[in-house]
Design a protein around this ligand. Structure first.
Ligand code: ADP
Ligand code: MG
Length: 329
């Protein structure tokens, strides 16, 4: 199977034509329309075997995750996804691997109506790089830089479950049943990008970021982008999954929820005068959104458990922000 029959078999023939795609896979470049009054939002992320996923990971999961992490970036901007490019570096053209990879990729692509419009295929160490484009009505992208003191900090879904999946993969038992270990693995391998939630937050959130590196690290990025603001986080309010709660019974602490990466939830800030609009959205939305803290003028992240300041976990998750972290109230 050469490069061209591979592209045709696994990527070109698998999709229906999208109304926005003028020219998709096959020409030197793709041509895609942008709806009037909108701006293009673009993101790219690369997954390297042995670094971002295990070399023997299920190809379905690799295809799913390579797209999911990119859609999560669009979600954090409040953008509607439209199309993707796929750069695939493969050690060899294994048809079973490609078939399962493409099934994972297109299962998620169809769910969010993302057209695969091109890419590149090369031979080498297994690496998957996806670029996604989406759009927002002009001027409505949600930026990291919009948070202000007094804004409330919320998080979607729950945190730390993907970190549990990684711990399980590394052989930690955590006192979990087989079904719970499977669920933890699913949270690591097949994250659910919060695409609809991100779009609904346009006009409501003042800032947003997706939690890919860990809550403290990513909130740190948002605070720096917002003019070096600070925040207080109530660790006891951080939403935890049933598997996380089960693992806590055998000694797991909060550090996986505070610093664990790969959850791909959204962390967002809501100004006081938009809390009513946010509550109205939250009441009718299927994704849980929980208030975990507040933006403050003083730089640094202060974490509390109830009224008690918490020592921050000594993990590398937040190292870029390290010297500004403090446990002082
Ligand atoms: P060129 O040599 O002009 O860069 P290629 O031979 O790399 O073109 O690709 C031929 C066509 O197939 C292009 O439209 C390209 O976007 C598409 N393509 C290549 N690899 C992939 C892939 N992995 N997934 C989707 N489309 C691909
Ligand atoms: Mg090429």
């Amino acid at each position: 199977m050469d490069e061209f029959s591979l592209i045709d078999e696994y990527f070109r023939r698998r999709q229906e034509k999208s109304p926005w795609v003028i020219e998709g896979i096959g020409d030197d470049a793709a041509v895609v329309g942008v709806p009037p009054g909108h701006e293009l939002v673009m993101a790219t992320d690369t997954l390297v075997a042995g670094v971002h996923f295990a070399a023997d990971a299920k190809p379905y999961d690799v295809g799913w995750k390579a797209l999911a992490v990119n859609l999560s970036d669009l979600a954090a901007m409040g953008a509607d996804p439209a199309c993707a490019l796929l750069n695939l570096t493969l050690p060899n053209a294994d048809s079973d691997w490609l078939d399962a990879f493409a099934t994972g990729f297109f299962t998620l692509a169809e769910r969010f109506k993302v057209a695969l419009v091109g890419g590149d295929t090369t031979q080498g160490p297994l690496t998957v790089s996806v670029q996604v484009s989406g759009w927002v009505p002009r001027g409505e992208a949600i930026l990291r830089s919009g948070a202000q003191a007094g804004d409330k900090l919320f998080v979607t879904g729950d945190l730390g479950s993907a970190a549990l999946g990684l711990k399980c993969q590394q052989g930690e038992a955590l006192g979990l049943s087989e079904a719970m270990r499977c669920e933890a693995a699913r949270r690591l391998d097949r994250p659910e990008p919060r695409v609809e939630t991100g779009c609904l937050l346009r006009h409501i959130a003042s800032a947003a970021i997706d939690v890919s590196d860990g809550l403290l690290a990513d909130v740190g990025h948002l605070l720096v982008a917002s003019g070096n603001r600070g925040c207080r986080i109530q660790a006891n309010r951080i939403p935890l999954s049933p598997i996380y709660q089960a693992a806590m019974e055998t000694g797991l602490g909060m550090s996986a929820a505070l610093t664990g990466g790969d959850d791909y939830e959204l962390c967002l800030t809501i100004p006081p005068d938009r809390l009513d609009a946010f509550e109205a959205l939250r009441a009718n939305h299927s994704v849980n959104m929980v208030e975990i803290g507040e933006i403050e003028q003083t730089p640094g992240i202060r974490v509390f458990h109830g009224s008690q300041p918490m020592a921050l976990p000594a993990s590398s998750g937040y190292r870029h922000f390290g010297e500004q972290l403090t446990t002082e109230p």
